[in-house]
Design a protein around this ligand. Sequence first.
Ligand code: FAD
Length: 305
Amino acid sequence: MYNCKVMNVEEIEKKIYVKKIEEKKKLEFSLEVFPPKDDSDGEKLSNLIIELKKLKQYNPTLVSITYGAGGLGSREKTLECAKKINEELKFNCMPHFTCVNSTNDFVLNYISEITKLGFNHILALRGDKIKDDKKQSNKKSHFEYASDLIKFIKNNSNINISAAGYPEGHNEAKSLDDDLKILKMKTDYGANSIYTQLFFDNEKFYIYFEKAKKLNINIPIIPGILPITSFNQTYKMTQMCHASIPKKLFQKLEKYQNEKEAIFEIGYEHACNQIKELIKFGINNIHFYTLNKSNITNNILKECL
Ligand code: FAD
């Protein structure tokens, strides 16, 4: 006979409470940075290390490092930045890669460099097509879409592959549903997590998330949060990446656009609210677009972790 202990309601409630606390503790986050431009003396990279160091106490899961689409020297800049971050701060890194104008050999070589540095993760992207660039269009390319790249990496290495997702749809996609079919393809070909484009309206993310679940996309979908510190910069970014700013937030930002501290406060409050709501929704991983600065992310982590 089994010696089975029946729990009373109080014990069950206590267990649920402890589980909730444990779940709360499990909130993870990653930090996205870009390799500094025009940095021949390495000063800007050193400054980036100083900024990231301020966030070390919160123990980020990884730092993701962007890759300049198709541009010369992108590979070196991204890897050099990842190497320095790891050497100085011991952070795990996920270098990005954009496949426009890349050959199979170039990709294999990049992956080999990543693994030599001790990392085992890549964010596999198509990148933006460069318009009217003769140099780029003459280049041989083995990949048209990120899905081609993901399939190739999966078939030729054991590295973890993440992909990009767009809660408001990618700007070239006919519809959100069409774009989600592409997301499903990227997942089926071997992506094992999705990092999303920045968004300011959680409702857009919830719809996207539920639609993805309906398509049997069962890998983590990690929301991308941009803490706003400047109206102009945020406006430009949203235009570029097809993300909308909710009307009320836009009006506030516009009103205080010349008051740095007020914008910082609005950005901080909005990001904290977004994250707290996402946690309630069941999300336990957040991707921060840091723009190479630590200040606002630091305050947000202090409040939300
Ligand atoms: P894809 O998944 O290939 O999608 C591109 C478009 O083509 C979409 O409209 C999609 O619906 C469509 N499509 C895809 N596959 C097919 C198919 N088989 N048939 C028909 N249509 C298809 N850019 C950089 O240059 N460097 C970076 O480091 C960088 N980091 C990023 C990080 C994140 C988290 C995100 C969300 C974006 C990032 N980007 C970066 C931007 C990204 O490169 C652009 O958004 C780019 O336009 C699309 O890349 P993708 O990998 O999503 O492309």
